[in-house]
Each structure stands twice: as C-alpha cells, then as structure tokens.
Design a protein around this ligand. Structure first.
Ligand code: HEC
Length: 136
C-alpha cells in the first residue's frame, strides 16, 4: 500500500516535471518556429515613406510587404512585374479601382484618399519589394 502510494507520488512528480518542461519548451521554442531562415531585408530609408503609405492604404488587402491576404492578391508576384503592370497601372488602380480579372478576390475599390505623389512612393516601395523577390 505504502509502496503503491510512493510509486504514484513519483509518477505525479514525473508528470508535473514533464509538463513544466513542455511549458518551458513552448515558451522558449515557439516564437522561433515561425521565423523564416533568413529574415527579410530591412527597408532602406528611401522607401520608408512608401512603406508607411502602403501599410496605411493597401496592406489590409495586399498584405504587409505585399504578400497578399484573403482580401487581395500579392503585388510581389510575377503578374505585377514592371513590364506587365507598369507604374501607370498602380496609379490607375488607386484612382479608379480595379475590376477583378486576374483573381477571385472581387473588385478593388478606388483608394481616392491617396494623392498621386503618395502612390508614386508606394510604387517605389513595391518595386523594391519585387526586386528583393527577384521580380524585375
Ligand atoms: C479592399 C482591398 C484592396 C485595397 C485596400 C487595395 N487593393 Fe489593390 N487590388 C485588390 C484586388 C482584389 C485586386 C485584384 C483584382 C484582379 O482580380 O485582378 C487588386 C489589384 C491591384 C493592382 C493590379 C491592377 C491591374 O491593373 O490589374 C494594383 C496595381 C493594386 N491593386 C494596387 C493597390 C494599391 C497601390 C493600393 C493602395 C493604395 C491597393 N491596391 C489597395 C484589392 C485591394
């Protein structure tokens, strides 16, 4: 009887030990699991203005760093390389909106609160992101 109780106490202690190990492993290990092998390049100062404008006006659909969301396509994508969608296509998209034609996300509404000069900054930022991804 005593022997059994001692065994159970030992097992509980072991279980508690394993549990806290799991908790510690989760606390230390999990934040590292999601990180890509090479962190994305820091945004150069000259593109910071465009980055801020992009994040404020475009990222809710096109995703931070232009990777896309459930609301809109990635702009860092071969379809949007400068030869296929030139800078004018970006100005047009912001000023007039876009009728869905490449994807299944629906139409893009016009983003008329962003002045053309700011769209220019956004374009420079997106082109930089594209170059980082090997899209020219
Ligand atoms: C409400 C969501 C939404 C927002 C906000 C948004 N877009 Fe879009 N955008 C879309 C969707 C959806 C498409 C894809 C349409 C299609 O199927 O081709 C698109 C397409 C585009 C295209 C491709 C145009 C073309 O000629 O095919 C460009 C360029 C673009 N967006 C730029 C921007 C910029 C710049 C901003 C911020 C100023 C922005 N978008 C904000 C949803 C959005």
């Amino acid at each position: 009887m005593h022997e059994m109780r001692r065994q159970m106490a030992g097992r509980n202690a072991l279980r508690a030990g394993v549990c806290s190990l799991v908790v510690i492993a989760a606390a230390i290990g999990l934040p590292q699991i999601g990180l890509p092998a090479t962190p994305p390049a820091a945004v150069p100062a000259e593109f910071k203005k465009g980055e801020a404008a992009f994040n404020a006006n475009c990222a809710r659909c096109h995703g931070e760093r232009g990777v896309g969301t459930s609301q809109g396509p990635p702009l860092v994508h071969k379809i949007y390389e400068p030869n296929h969608h030139g800078d004018a296509a970006f100005q047009r998209a912001a000023a007039l909106g876009v009728r869905a034609h490449h994807w299944q996300f629906g139409d893009m509404p016009k983003i008329s609160t962003v002045p053309a000069a700011e769209v220019d900054e956004i374009i420079k930022y997106v082109r930089w992101l594209q170059r980082q991804a090997g899209i020219f």
